[in-house]
Design a protein around this ligand. Structure first.
Ligand SMILES: [Zn+2]
Length: 209
C-alpha cells in the first residue's frame, strides 16, 4: 500500500509551498512599504535643496485621479505636489551636474506618480534624451512644445508620432538623467525657446505654485 505515503509526501510539499508563498507575499509587502518610504524621503530633498526653503506641499494627491483641466490644457500631475525649482537661476547645492539656469519647472508627487500630457499634440521624443533622462516631448502646434523629463525606466507609455490628448498618461515620475531625487521636470518651449511654465500655465487658467 504505497499510495498513502505518496499522498502524505505530496501534502507536506504542498504545505511547504504554501508557506513559501506566504513568506514571499510578506516580503513583497515589506519591500513595497520600504520603496514607498524611500520614495517620499527622496522627493523631499529636491524641494528643500532647490528652493532653499521648506517643502511646500499642496493637497494630498497621489496621482491616482485625473489632472485638473482648463479648456484645452491640464496639469501634468493629478492632485497636489511639492514644488522644486522654478524657471530661471536656481543653483542646486550638492549637485554639480544640475544646471543653475533652470529651463523648466520641477514638481514632485513621489516616485512612480503618473505624468499626463498638458495639451493635445503629437509626440516627437519618447525615450532617453540627454540630461533630461527618460523624456517625452509633445509638439502642440503653433510653435508650442512641452517636455516631461526624468521619468522612470520603462515607464514611458507613448511613442514618437503618437497623437495625444490632454490627460493622456505619458509615463511615471522618476529620477533618470541629471536628477536629484524623483521629480517631474516640466518645460514649455515656444518657437524652440524655453519660457517660464508658471506664466504659460497661468495664462491658461492653470496656475502653478
Ligand atoms: Zn528641472
Amino acid at each position: 500500500m504505497p499510495a498513502p505515503v505518496i499522498v502524505k509526501g505530496a501534502a507536506v510539499v504542498a504545505s511547504r509551498s504554501r508557506l513559501v508563498r506566504k513568506l514571499a507575499l510578506f516580503l513583497a509587502i515589506v519591500g513595497m512599504a520600504l520603496l514607498v518610504g524611500t520614495a517620499s524621503a527622496m522627493a523631499l530633498p529636491i524641494a528643500v535643496l532647490a528652493t532653499g526653503t521648506s517643502a511646500n506641499a499642496v493637497g494630498s494627491g497621489e496621482g491616482s485621479g485625473l489632472p485638473e483641466v482648463s479648456g484645452d490644457w491640464g496639469y501634468p500631475l493629478a492632485g497636489g505636489y511639492t514644488k522644486g525649482r522654478g524657471f530661471g537661476y536656481h543653483p542646486v547645492h550638492g549637485c554639480s551636474f544640475c544646471s543653475s539656469d533652470h529651463k523648466g519647472y520641477d514638481m514632485a508627487q513621489g516616485c512612480g506618480a503618473r505624468i499626463f500630457a498638458t495639451g493635445p499634440g503629437r509626440v516627437t521624443i519618447a525615450g532617453a534624451h540627454y540630461g533630461w533622462g527618460n523624456t517625452v516631448i509633445i509638439d502642440h502646434g503653433r510653435g508650442i512644445e512641452t517636455l516631461y523629463g526624468h521619468m522612470q525606466w520603462d515607464s514611458i507609455r507613448v511613442h514618437i508620432g503618437q497623437r495625444v490628448e490632454t490627460g493622456t498618461v505619458l509615463g511615471a515620475e522618476g529620477n533618470t538623467g541629471n536628477s536629484f531625487g524623483c521629480h517631474l521636470h516640466f518645460e514649455v518651449r515656444v518657437d524652440g525657446t524655453a519660457v517660464p511654465p508658471e506664466r504659460f500655465m497661468a495664462a491658461r487658467g492653470l496656475p502653478l505654485q
